[in-house]
Design a protein around this ligand. Sequence first.
Ligand SMILES: *Cc1c(COP(=O)(O)O)cnc(C)c1O
Length: 352
Amino acid sequence: MSRFWSKVVHGLTPYTPGEQVRMPGLIKLNTNENPYGPSPKAIAAMQAAADDDLRRYSDPANLAVKDAVAHRLGVQREQVFVGNSSDEVLAHTFQALLKHELPLLLPDISYSFYATYCSLYGITAVPVPLNDRFEIDVEHYTAPCGAVIIANPNAPTGIALPLERIEALLANHRDQVVVVDEAYVDFGGASASALVDRYDNLLVIQTLSKSHSLAGLRVGFAVGHPDLIAGLERVKNSFNCYPLGQVAQAGAVASLDDVEYAAQTSRAVIATRERLTAEMLALGFEVLPSSANFIFVRHPGHDAVTIATGLRERAILVRHFKQPRIDQFLRISIGTDAECAALVDALKKLLA
Ligand SMILES: *Cc1c(COP(=O)(O)O)cnc(C)c1O
């Protein structure tokens, strides 16, 4: 607290990211990072980009990255927005497109940064409860609203909605923006980017942090109708004209172009997820059906915090959310096969 803080700062509840502990031997399954490294082509491109040109400002329009995204998702350059992480893209989206007279509808259990942006920008949010299987039910998004945001697959549940449900949500909100945050879509979801030509109210947001193993690079993007993108550009150019440096742009382009590498690491993560799910079920856990690079689990006979604390003592980090409805769940990122085997081993000892 300081008497120098503005009123806005006093009222903020900042997002709490999963801990970034660096400790030898630590098994870090708490922040949904990819256990595999980025594309070697992306690393080479970034090394090559670290040259004398760095004395110049980077391309403020991010054209090379926009073209790589457009090529990958089959859209036009004018339908792409690029930002320094999808969190930044989300922030601009909240300010540019989600602040209206009527409230914003969002799932009661979802990415908790949404509530943080609402408090930062003074947006009223109305939470819509997930159903009793922890699924988003688009039929429940009927209250008068100015906009809607969901994550698909949702976080921290990992459950994906089929495209046909997203389309129903879009069709029911022709006069409101519907944002679909697809941070995890490459691990088994279907991207709504295929619908942007048909729905001018749709904005799809993705990131290179998870399926491209580039959480440390901070690159995210959005695709949607050119008018939505133009709104985001207005906010971006009122905030920071150069959100991505030259090195990040080069790495993002090379990673987006190395389609096979990202697909291959995603397949490996999915295979490990399926094995880990079977082992967790065998240990008596309930496991929500995941289309993401994490699983969301609870044990009917063991307290979630007790399990998380026991794992931590064995140098394994998982994520717990102290939140109604999900306080008996743990979110476990998919690690390598060896890391997941160590997790199962530790759980066997803890539950015994
Ligand atoms: C990880 C995550 C993000 C943030 O991704 P960055 O690009 O690393 O900021 C956004 N939305 C959801 C649902 C996420 O899980």
